[in-house]
Design a protein around this ligand. Structure first.
Ligand SMILES: Cc1ncc(COP(=O)(O)O)c(C=O)c1O
Length: 478
């Protein structure tokens, strides 16, 4: 049977691969095969994708045709790639349990997700929700905007944060990612430009691309958001929309202070560009400093806010929301029917229960994450002393600057050490970030110590095998 998927060009594959090669390494084919497996394991080369011809790959990649043939042979032997005369080669995957990754001690640690397990209070909220289910079982159960009680407690939370909000400004969604996809459908069409931070959350970029819109990166500085750069980008590209993560930004962990919020909203307002603010991490402040007001407090109806229960409670609930003007809420709910017809009632009841009195759980969560962050900081200082990072005041990850542009190499090598981690270029629109690596601290102290210990071993084995740091500096960032 012929593969069902689309075809990837040699140039795109080369871009996805990043700096996979150890300079001067003799085992180029093994490295290439490992880098391709990483792409299959993390879903960027879906099963069924047709690969470019060997000739096209030879033009696109900085290695000989023999190396490419040998890498594909290895992948065919492992069942990752299949080829047929006349039909070419395609990804046959899957790469096997754990993404084909082997650990020395068979324990796979997944650092690709910055998502904590559920807190103990969730079970109790589930029991309470189960008791309420009979009230709902007699109705059709479709709530395009969400259960009224949940919309009310979400609105109350905004009001408590200093942003008066009513329930008719809230639409409950199946997570913040779904909320972003729904919002994109309303605001952006094929070819529209969407301003995004660089670096930014890879799935947010994927959603922009899936809407056939074009993500336009605005580079973050070491301190955060450069308002002048936004002003210039707004003037130069005339975007339809801007997307921002101002609260413990994923991946940098940075927080945009009030003054910056005010200035940024002012330049967006001047350009009549709506702003989508992703507040997925907003509840995870790890200090006693008061949080700045939500962006929407500065931007009014210009701002659409996305929220989520995934980080503060549990990703498995798949509940998020959109806060917007009542008019946008109305338009969002009318277009939603093409995608889905609402979020499951049970999970909404669970979250309603949790949000009625959110502080005790959040306080406990923050203590736990702060302790895990400190374990990660200490383990990195011990095992990867050559890496630099700022200790974030909130959020769930450390954005590390490596001593050389070897992020993809580390992610590729990690597969042989029972570790999965996202290579830096995935956080960038057109590649780059090859000297950056995000280390989430969402797992237990024991697992974190083990994972960072493995990273230290990998970093040492990769040391001196990367490209000179200048190569990263000259990477164009559009
Ligand atoms: C910035 C950001 N937005 C959205 C999401 C996805 O959230 P959800 O699980 O609510 O879809 C994440 C998850 O990591 C995230 O970091």
């Amino acid at each position: 049977m012929l593969p069902p998927g689309g075809r990837i060009s040699g140039t795109r594959l080369a871009r996805l691969l990043g700096e996979w090669r150890r300079s001067g390494a003799r085992q180029g084919s093994t490295d290439l095969a490992a880098a391709l497996k990483l792409l299959v394991a993390d879903g960027r080369l879906p099963v069924g994708t047709r690969l470019p011809s060997e000739r096209e790959l030879t033009d696109a990649l900085p290695v000989s045709r023999t190396t490419i043939t040998s890498a594909l042979d290895q992948l065919r032997t492992e069942g990752v790639v299949e080829s047929r005369r006349g039909a070419g080669s395609w990804i046959n995957g899957p790469v096997g349990a754990g993404g084909g990754i082997t650990g020395g001690d068979d324990t796979l640690i997944d650092l690709t997700r910055c998502a904590p397990p559920a807190h103990p209070g969730l079970r109790q909220a589930m029991v309470a929700a189960m008791d309420q289910m009979p009230e709902h079982l007699g109705s059709h159960g479709y709530h395009e905007r969400g259960l009224p009680a949940l919309r009310q407690v979400i609105a109350d939370r905004y009001t408590a944060r200093g942003l008066p909000t009513s329930a008719d400004q809230i639409v409950v969604t199946s997570g913040a990612q779904h909320a972003w996809a729904l919002t994109l459908r309303l605001f952006a069409g094929p070819g529209d430009r969407v301003l995004v931070e660089q670096p930014t959350y890879p799935n947010a970029l994927e959603a922009v691309r899936a809407a056939s819109a074009i993500p336009v990166p605005v580079p973050m500085t070491d301190d955060g958001w450069d308002v002048d750069a936004y002003e210039a980008a707004l003037r130069q590209v005339g975007p339809r929309l801007a997307y921002l993560i101002p609260d413990f930004q994923n991946p940098t962990g940075l927080l945009l202070p009030s003054a910056g919020r005010e200035k940024l909203v002012a330049v967006l307002r001047k350009a009549h560009t709506p702003l989508v603010v992703d507040e997925t991490l907003v509840e995870l402040s790890l200090t006693d400093e008061p949080m700045p007001l939500p962006m929407a407090a500065f931007g009014g109806d210009l701002v659409v806010t996305l929220g989520s229960a995934s980080k503060s409670h549990w990703g498995g609930l798949r509940v998020g929301w959109i806060r917007a003007s009542a008019e946008i809420v109305h338009r969002l709910t009318s277009t939603r029917a093409a995608i889905d017809l609402g979020t499951p009632v049970f999970e909404q009841l669970v979250l309603t229960d949790l949000l009625r009195d959110p502080e005790p759980v959040l306080r406990q969560r923050r203590l736990e994450f702060a302790a895990q962050r400190d374990v990660a900081v200490q383990a990195l200082a011990e095992h990867c002393p050559q890496w630099n990072f700022k200790v974030p005041a909130g959020g769930l990850g450390l954005w590390c600057t490596l001593d050389a542009p070897v992020s993809t190499r580390i992610a590729v090598m990690a597969q042989n050490h029972g570790l999965r981690i996202v290579p830096g270029p995935r956080w960038a629109v057109h590649g780059g970030c090859e000297q950056m690596l995000r280390v989430p601290y969402t797992q237990s102290p024991e697992v974190l110590r083990e994972a960072i210990g493995r990273l230290g071993v990998i970093a040492a084995s990769v040391a001196g095998t990367g490209f000179p740091a200048d190569a990263e500096l000259s990477t164009p960032v559009a």
